[in-house]
Structure formats: C-alpha cells, structure tokens
Design a protein around this ligand. Structure first.
Ligand code: CA
Length: 264
C-alpha cells in the first residue's frame, strides 16, 4: 500500500491526489459555549480518511457532550467495522446515536441532548461515502459548480424544496434551526447515505449551520474559490460568518484534491 507523504507545507499525497485538509471552529459572537465539534480520522490500513462535523444541542453541557461523542464514535467505529464504506458509516451513525441516546436517558443533566452529524469518508479507489443527519451540510465545489450534496432534515428545508419559500426567507426563518432528525433524539435514527466520485480540482466543505445561516451560498462559494489552501479558506469562512453576525457557533472543514505537482 502506498504510504501517505506529507510535504513541508502540510500538503499530502494521497490516492494520486495532492490532498489538503483543514478545519476551524469558533464560538461565534453571541453564544457562550461552542457546541460544534469536528475531526479527521485516518485508517492507515485501508488508506481511508474520515472527516466529520457535528453540531450539538441541549442545555447544560449536553450539546457539547453530544457533538463530541458523535465525532469520537464515528471515528472509532468506521475503522473497526466491516463492509462497504456506506454501510460502515451507517453502522457508525447508529452506534453514535445509541450511545448518545443512552447517556441522555441516564444522566439528568444531559437529558434531551442531541447532535447533527455529517461525515465524508474518502476512499483510495477514488470514491467517497457520505452520511448525514440534521442540518450540518456537505458541499462540493467542482469546476464552477458549488453543489450542496446533503439535504437538511428540517421543515424549513422541505418548504424551500417545495418552493413555498425562497433561500433568503429560509435563512432568516424563525424555525430554521429546528431539525427533525438528530443523533440521540430517539432509539433509532435513519441517516441519509450518499456517494460521490473524487476528481482532481474538487473541494469538499463540511459545515455547521452557523456558517450557512450567516452567509448565502454564493458568498461561501466565493470564499471556497479564492484559494487552494484549505487553512486560508476555513479561516476566511469563520471570519465572514462572525462579521455577518456570528449568531451561532461556526465550523468549517475543507478538503482539497488536486493534481500532484511534478516532484511531489
Ligand atoms: Ca448550530
């Protein structure tokens, strides 16, 4: 198996791509605690990379606990289980749901806690599996197309899809952050499972609604197109969300896939 190589600027060669990954999270300008969580996990044996963003909810420390549990459990389970990438993500989501639900039922301080989760599993065969629950999103920038690959699990998203409201109304709707699917909310959960191919030039963005609630998609796209340095991109995104109000915790996690330069 080809070993992953990291150059001086932190750019890795992986699966025939020059890969860049960076994430950033911020409490925002209004909230007192950051209930978002994100991480990257590498499965050296399968040569797979998992990226996860979770956005927790619940009083006391519930939201923080739930999002961290979701990220940690996904990172642990995707490596340990067998099967197709999407099925392994499903198993990991179900396990995370179970653990959060169980702890929420046991500990009165954490009762009612829940979290979103969006996960992108990059596979060395040039595909990626995607799983999500709630309103944290995955976008793909390919060529000039900035496409939201996930669909929010919320009423407001359904109204938008049905044409009952427009994007601006959706972004400012009082019920915009009410999701109808979450990890930890019930004994079982149904994640959406998707797949994409991977091409040189792609950029993937995983984010919480603290980004997309503050910035229109066109603005997020403009920032994604400004550079191929994921560190710069996530920093601009978090800054822009805060400059637009910073009403919520904000998290952006970006992966760039490029053609390796000669000498890489
Ligand atoms: Ca949020």
């Amino acid at each position: 198996m080809p070993k992953r190589v990291v150059d001086d600027e932190g750019r890795e060669s992986w699966a025939g791509f020059a890969l860049g990954v960076a994430g950033s999270t911020h409490v925002g300008r209004v909230r007192k605690s950051n209930q978002d969580a994100f991480d990257r996990f590498d499965d050296e044996e399968r040569d797979e990379i998992l990226l996860v963003v979770a956005d927790g909810m619940g009083g006391h420390r519930g939201g923080e606990v739930a999002s961290r549990m979701a990220v940690g459990t996904l990172g642990k389970i995707f490596r340990g289980s067998a099967g197709e990438p999407r099925e392994r993500l499903r198993t990991a989501i179900e396990r995370a749901n179970h653990e959060i639900y169980r702890l929420g039922g046991r500990d009165s301080m954490l009762r009612g806690m829940g979290t979103t989760a969006v996960a992108l599993l990059l596979c060395p065969d040039g595909t990626a599996a995607i799983a999500h629950v709630g309103d944290s999103r995955l976008y793909r920038l390919r060529g000039g197309d900035f496409e939201m690959l996930t669909e929010d699990h919320s009423m407001v998203a359904r109204w938008l899809k049905e044409g009952m409201i427009d994007e601006e109304t959706a972004r400012e709707h009082p019920q915009r952050s009410q999701i109808d699917r979450a990890l930890g909310a019930a004994e079982s959960v149904q994640p959406d499972l998707l797949e994409t191919d991977l091409r040189a030039g792609d950029l993937f963005l995983l984010c919480s609604d603290g980004l997309t609630g503050m910035l229109p998609d066109q603005e997020v796209q403009r920032l994604a197109e400004r550079s191929r340095d994921p560190h710069a991109i996530v920093a601009w995104m978090v800054d822009a969300a805060n400059q637009s109000g910073g009403m919520d915790n904000v998290t952006a996690l970006v992966a760039t896939l490029d053609t390796p330069q000669p000498g890489d």
